[in-house]
Design a protein around this ligand. Structure first.
Ligand code: NCD
Length: 309
């Protein structure tokens, strides 16, 4: 049985580590947090979150910080590794061993795929992965599921397209793995060069009803959720390769003619050219409301791993 004891002291590293019951439990706790955003709460008073961001971030870092503040806790950390001892050559393991003396939980983003696991291995306090290179971004997947469930009423039964950079986009890796727990139909829509990475395909095979395609227009009328992603420029070694695929899918209000009336367009943000601003004011746009779920979800996760619920 899943209860709060299942999460106390736990690391949040990969969606591969979570069952459907656990995911649903976290989503329920995120819903419980919604009234506390306005009312305020002392649930995490005296607790300290260390936010260690070795890669750029707006939403993930600020929503972790906002979540901690909403629950009465405090935040320390850095948003720029150049101001930390990393520039002097300190290893990640040493940084983590030090920071755990100053805090109760660490949220971390790092360019290396293994960073979150390495940190979790050395730390005695919970590590929450806020993005580990192109590998995974589990808290984003959870907030995406919470946004979907809140908007659509449930996740089972939906037809969902993950669109864009499925090779380097860590949000879609975590989301695809999470969705293998639900009764959904998923289209992986990408240019040939940016097909879903092999380890994700291997881990969803047999558990997720998915189809890989390059043709978004063809699947568009079936969709309940269109989840667009940015082509991850920073992961390309040759800028010419990036230029070839950067505008592979451009979604504007004209393109959306003929979709289901209640199709929701999602995006982890930041968007570059994937979604035109003329979609923003349509009933399809969920992306700016989606970000709010990051606060509810991260409030729930912090409270759970700190054993406060
Ligand atoms: C994403 C990320 O950092 O992986 N942003 C986010 O956390 N909301 C998506 C991206 O950078 O494209």
């Amino acid at each position: 049985m899943v209860d709060t004891a299942s999460f106390k002291g736990r690391d949040i590293i990969s969606m591969r580590d979570f069952s459907r019951e656990e995911i649903d439990f976290i989503l329920d706790r995120a819903t419980d947090m919604i009234p506390l955003v306005e009312k305020g709460s002392d649930l995490l008073r005296g607790k300290i979150l260390a936010a260690l961001f070795f890669e750029p971030s707006t939403r993930t870092r600020l929503s972790f910080e906002s979540a901690m503040c909403r629950l009465g806790g405090s935040v320390i950390g850095f948003a720029e590794p150049k101001v930390s001892s990393v520039v002097k050559g300190e290893t990640l393991s040493d940084t983590i061993k030090v920071v755990e003396s100053y805090s109760d939980v660490i949220a971390m983003r790092h360019p290396s795929e293994d960073a979150a696991r390495i940190a979790a291995d050395v730390a005695s306090i919970p590590i929450i992965n806020g993005g580990s290179g192109p590998w995974e971004h589990p808290t984003q997947a959870l907030l995406d599921l919470h946004a979907i469930r809140t908007t659509k009423g449930n996740i089972d039964g939906l037809t969902i397209a993950l669109v864009g950079d499925l090779l380097y986009g860590r949000t879609v890796h975590s989301l695809a793995i999470a969705l293998r727990n639900y009764d959904v139909k998923v289209y992986f829509v990408s240019p040939k060069q940016l097909k879903m990475r092999d380890d994700v395909i291997k881990d969803v095979a047999g558990r997720l009803d998915y189809v890989e395609t390059e043709d978004l227009r063809k699947v568009l009328p079936d969709l309940d959720i269109l989840y667009a992603t940015r082509v991850q420029k920073e992961r390309f070694s040759d800028p010419a390769d990036y230029d070839k695929v950067k505008d592979a899918y451009l979604i504007d209000s004209t393109f959306l003619k003929g979709v289901k009336r209640d199709l929701k367009v999602m995006h982890p943000l930041p968007r570059i050219t994937e979604i035109s601003t003329d979609v923003d004011d349509t009933a399809h746009a969920l992306y700016f409301r989606q970000v709010k779920h990051g606060v509810f979800l991260r409030m729930a996760l912090l409270a759970l791993v700190l054993g406060a619920l």
